[in-house]
Design a protein around this ligand. Structure first.
Ligand SMILES: Nc1ncnc2c1ncn2[C@@H]1O[C@H](COP(=O)(O)OP(=O)(O)OP(=O)(O)O)[C@@H](O)[C@H]1O
Length: 469
């Protein structure tokens, strides 16, 4: 935890900071209200220790400000002997606890234990709030995990067993095979389920921004760094850090990640203070990481560190035993969402779904079924409701109005764009490229935009409705 210690007496400030340091936490001392409020604007603290008697100032006045402006940070008051009445007043006004000076290490530890419980509760609330928000935003079908395909069954078994251990996990697989969904499932099956689950999308940002996104930075560390910030490592403290598309992690950042994994230590950009962070790392990639190691774009030591448990998510074309069942699951979900009375898939739709190769995997299947449910003309989803490529009709001429597709030669079929706005055409084109490109980098390349722009567009379109990528 990071503490702010507010006391006008140097000896108390120093002794308390040393004690906090000894207990494995970080403490920063300040001498008065003004300094405290300045630091609180710049930094993120987990707890505040505040002296009741701040020289000419009254600690209770500052407490009132803190409980109003920083109600999420617990405050513990230092009180002198014989001021129990005032200490009770402080608790009434919102302090979490008080410590009577001089205090022993044991007394301090008891307060620390209370602060830790408080923090765990706050983190749990934060996690639940995030989950509720995500579920509301996604509004997507619940994931299915009871698969029939043997390769998928054994992948899930390994992952659920590994979820209980603290080791790093590597999830491999093509784009859209469900790596991010499974990473969250691992977290939810682990002992960390009540702790934060934080995603970092490695290709979404430039090297500098990614470094800052991971570790945070201090004011002035680079142009535009106008205030101190904390990174996702701090946000994930005690929980799971999910590094999506780890194969895109720039070489310069790799030693810092290795250090975090090995020593549990990191520094913010532009700062020399070493900080501790306990995070469980799950990484995912659709790249061949061994090949990246051979090409020297990925460090071998980091690869071994991340690859303690590694699982490959099979592509949908190798999941013949599951594809129709997942399609039915999506059909039920979207029928319910769009208020359609659709009961099932016709035999011909099943046959098409089972035989198509699904290069965009589950993401493509989901989009195809969503579209088919909207278009369906009867109480069954027919093969004719499916996109042309799934039906095996690649001419592009029979595509219904408003759904542009790729022509047989792989080009974009503009004949079906009539009546659509420019924005709708752009969205449809991006959707199509994302469904078929093997990676985000490749999709950005085809679209002629950088990955960060594609990332923003994709997010704005709510395309896959998952945790921030
Ligand atoms: N177990 C599942 N059950 C049902 N649908 C799933 C499942 N896993 C993934 N999906 C669907 O597939 C979509 C893609 O999943 P996800 O984003 O996890 O894939 P990914 O492998 O991480 O893709 P990328 O490599 O492009 O990031 C999800 O939005 C979800 O709709």
């Amino acid at each position: 935890m990071d503490f702010l210690v507010i006391d006008d007496e140097k000896s108390i400030r120093d002794a308390t900071c040393m004690l906090i340091d000894d207990e494995g936490h970080y403490a920063e001392p300040v001498i008065n209200s003004a300094a405290a409020l300045t630091r609180l604007k710049e930094e993120k603290y987990d707890a505040i220790l505040l002296d009741l008697n701040l020289g000419p100032e009254n600690g209770l006045d500052l407490l009132d400000t803190l409980t109003k402006q920083y109600s999420h940070i617990p405050v513990v008051m230092f009180t002198a002997q014989g001021t129990v009445k005032t200490a009770v007043e402080a608790i009434r006004r919102g302090a979490l606890d008080f410590l009577e000076k001089p205090f022993t290490r044991e007394e301090f530890r008891a307060v620390l234990a209370r602060l830790t419980r408080f923090r765990q509760m706050s983190q749990r609330i934060e996690t639940l709030e995030k989950e509720v928000k995500e579920v509301r935003q996604q509004g997507g079908p619940d994931p299915l995990f009871d698969f029939e395909t043997p390769a998928m069954k054994s992948a899930m078994e390994v992952l659920m067993r590994a979820a209980k251990a603290p080791a790093s996990i590597m999830i491999l697989g093509e784009s859209g095979t469900g790596k991010s969904v499974v990473a969250r499932a691992i977290h939810q099956h682990s002992h960390l389920k009540d702790k934060p689950f934080v995603t970092v999308s490695c290709p979404a940002l430039s090297k500098e921004l990614l470094q800052s996104e991971l570790f945070g930075h201090v004011k002035g560390a680079f142009t535009g760094a106008i205030r101190d910030t904390w990174g996702k490592v701090k946000q994930a403290e005690g929980g799971t850090l999910f590094l999506d598309e780890i194969g895109e992690l720039p070489l310069e950042i790799q030693p810092q990640l290795l250090r975090l994994l090995q020593e549990r230590e990191y520094e913010r950009v532009g700062e020399s203070v070493t900080r501790k962070a306990e995070v469980r790392v799950i990484a995912a990639t659709n790249r061949d990481l061994k090949e990246c190691v051979r090409n020297r774009t990925f460090r071998e030591d980091l690869f071994f560190r991340l690859n303690v448990i590694s699982v490959e998510m099979p592509p949908l074309r190798h999941r013949a035993d599951d594809v129709v069942r997942i399609a039915e699951h999506y059909t039920d979900f979207f029928a319910h969402q769009f208020g359609r009375k659709l009961h099932s898939l016709s035999d011909s739709a099943r046959a098409r779904i089972a035989s198509y190769s699904w290069p965009g995997n589950l993401r493509e299947l989901r989009n195809a079924i969503e579209r088919a449910v909207i278009l369906a003309g009867s109480d069954k989803l027919e093969a004719s409701d499916l996109p042309a490529e799934v039906r095996g009709d690649m001419s592009g001429t029979s595509i219904s109005h408003g759904t542009p597709t790729m022509s047989a030669g792989g080009g974009f079929d503009f004949s079906s764009c009539e009546g659509m706005t420019l924005q709708e055409i752009e969205d449809a084109y991006i959707r199509r490229i994302l469904d078929t490109a093997p990676s985000l980098a490749e999709a950005a390349n085809i679209l002629g935009i950088d990955q960060a722009t594609l990332y923003r567009k994709r997010k704005k379109m709510g395309l896959d409705g998952k945790a921030p990528r």
